[in-house]
Design a protein around this ligand. Sequence first.
Ligand SMILES: [Zn+2]
Length: 430
Amino acid sequence: MAWRRNKIFKKDYGLTLKAALTSPRRTIDLRSINRQTALRWLYFEGPMSRLELSQRTGLSVATVTNLVTELLKEEIVIEIGQVESEGGRPRTLMTVNPQYGCFVGVDVGETHIQLELFDLALRKQNTVRYLLPAQDNAPQTYVDYIAAGLQELVAAQTTARAMILGVGIGLPGMVERNGGHMVSSPIWKWQNVAFGDLLTAKIDRPIYLDNGAKAMTLAESWFGAGRGYDNLITVLIGTGIGSGIITGGSLYRGPTNSAGEFGHTLVVLDGRACRCGSFGCLETYAGAPGIIATLRELAPGSPLLDANQRANNQLAVLNSIVQAAAAGDSAALKTLRITAHYLGAAIANLVNLFNPEKIVVGGWAGLEIGDFILDDLRAHVNRYALPLSRTAVQIDLCHLGQDAICMGAACLILDEFLSANARFLRHEKA
Ligand SMILES: [Zn+2]
């Protein structure tokens, strides 16, 4: 069991692609650093030849040749064909072997759990999704769902369980990293729950835990709308609202990894009561139940509220609000305008505080209302943010859609896989 525990919180994930490609993050031997550099370039910028890899990394051709020989032998890298070169001798192209192993990314939401199986190139192979029973917030329930989902994911594939290099999990709570794996979530009334221990007791693969918004930020920064930006903030809107803040190429965590709890910043003095115990928090106005509460205040008898009453399905209500607004329903339009106003004002605070180049809006509720409110949102940010900062920022929707958190959770493992002294063994017996 000990080796598995050690995999949790072992290191600091959360560099942007640019930073990850240029700065080895640990003091280790030169060969390992060179290996990490070559592997990361091949992974993110490949396929490429040995010569091009040498030119892109600044490593000598001899060093690259040695490293590539080692990576080919380990089957982490494969040769995929040849291209003509100017000198006439064809060059062999190499890429990271997508079949080397798999990652599992888990999005634990407040209303659902989604598990996705990815190959090494982070191409989705399979998905399993469960709606969570209301009122059952026991940590063991979540562990059981994750363990069952893992079984189902591999059962439907030819992939052997032993090919799974790790299980990454994004949670809607605060995940401590200093020597522990305690999860606190005001939503579920979890206080310092040893969730990592519960998972390792049931799942025989290395486990990586983090807050879902932070995981999504990593995925958007490496593969999505944030690729190429070193000053980036993602805003995740679901039942609650979270964010991930990248400044100068690194994810900002704070001493307890609870930085970015954007949903609990204040938008109305003494406003609506929040689940966190405070009043007037952003998520009470712009999280899914907050948006629905606004509609209820504006039009208590609106038929759009029926879906929520029937099935407690927030997504269905948001969907009907967006459709009704598009058809000109005044209460639905006003609800979305008010939502954009609160969100825009709150995002303007982020712009003033952090001077980001990019803000990416995602999450299941964010994506549902995103297209409809985006112009309004940008207008409000322009209205409230300082001129110098607002001219530097672009606001866009998440590119990775509803898979962003699963992908982000898988990125936690990928980051370790591509690290200097990491050696992931396939067919490792647990
Ligand atoms: Zn709150």
